[in-house]
Design a protein around this ligand. Structure first.
Ligand SMILES: *Cc1c(COP(=O)(O)O)cnc(C)c1O
Length: 246
């Protein structure tokens, strides 16, 4: 076994144990929580190794970076059919590539972007799964709609023919203390339950990352997005994204 696969296997086992323990602590079935492995900045070799260990959903922040990796993966291992999630901000000049390539876009926060994704989703593909990103901590610098805007955007997105609105996603402001971490997750869950009570058939609450997946699962996450705890620290995190994504 390669050292890469061995290292990933240890990390993955640990992450899966954390998810299972958090689910059990909340009286939930661990299989009800989907794991999206965030592979941004890591190459296709890392994705392939994780896929060989059973990971089938990958999260990418930049369309351009993902296109190359997805193509490499399809060539290297066409038998491993992976699901690709866009989890970074989407500019309107990248919607066509995103609609053609991804299975999920988790960062919809404007109707114009949703309309473009729906219009540009190729007819031979199933509807694109989308989540609405909510700026749950009210940070000036963050993407996402405000909690007050969620319902009107959700109903408009749900009406688009080539999108399947699945739920909500958020990245709360970092908090050192576990109690403070739970509050924004609880707020996102309340918004999610409100939308379901309004008749939207939503099933996905994407919240929780390497540092806070336990708190997110305690508050009802059905999908966690985990990068560092699986692939290790991202050396390239401090450098700007590929020019093509600007
Ligand atoms: C990078 C990223 C993650 C993964 O973060 P880790 O702390 O490395 O687990 C999850 N979600 C989004 C939106 C990200 O940009």
């Amino acid at each position: 076994m390669s050292t890469l696969i061995a290292a990933l296997q240890a990390n993955l086992t640990r992450v899966r144990e954390r998810i299972a323990a958090a689910a059990r602590a909340g009286g939930r079935d661990p299989s009800a929580i989907a794991l999206v492995a965030v592979s941004k900045t890591f190459g296709a070799a890392h994705v392939l190794a994780a896929a060989k260990l059973g990971v089938r959903a990958f999260g990418e922040n930049y369309v351009q970076e993902a296109l190359l990796k997805i193509a490499q993966m399809r060539q290297a291992a066409p038998e491993l059919s992976c699901q690709w999630h866009l989890i970074g901000p989407l500019q309107s000049n990248k919607t066509r590539a995103a609609a053609q390539t991804f299975d999920w876009v988790q960062t919809v926060d404007r109707l114009k972007i949703a309309e473009r994704l729906s219009a540009q989703r190729p007819p031979h593909l199933p509807p694109l799964n989308v989540l609405i990103q909510v700026n749950i901590s009210g940070e000036a610098s963050k993407s996402g709609v405000t909690p007050a805007e969620v319902a009107s955007l959700a109903h408009a997105v749900a009406a688009l023919p080539r999108l399947q609105l699945r739920g909500l996603m958020a990245i709360p402001a970092p908090a050192a203390e576990a109690g403070a971490r739970r509050a924004p997750f609880a707020r996102l869950r309340a918004l999610f339950e409100d939308l379901r009570a309004q008749g939207l058939p939503l099933d996905t609450l994407s919240m929780g990352m390497s540092e806070d997946l336990e708190e997110a699962i305690a508050e009802g996450a059905t999908m966690v997005r985990v990068g560092t705890a699986i692939f290790g620290a991202r050396a390239a995190d401090t450098s700007p994204p590929l020019a093509a994504d600007r």
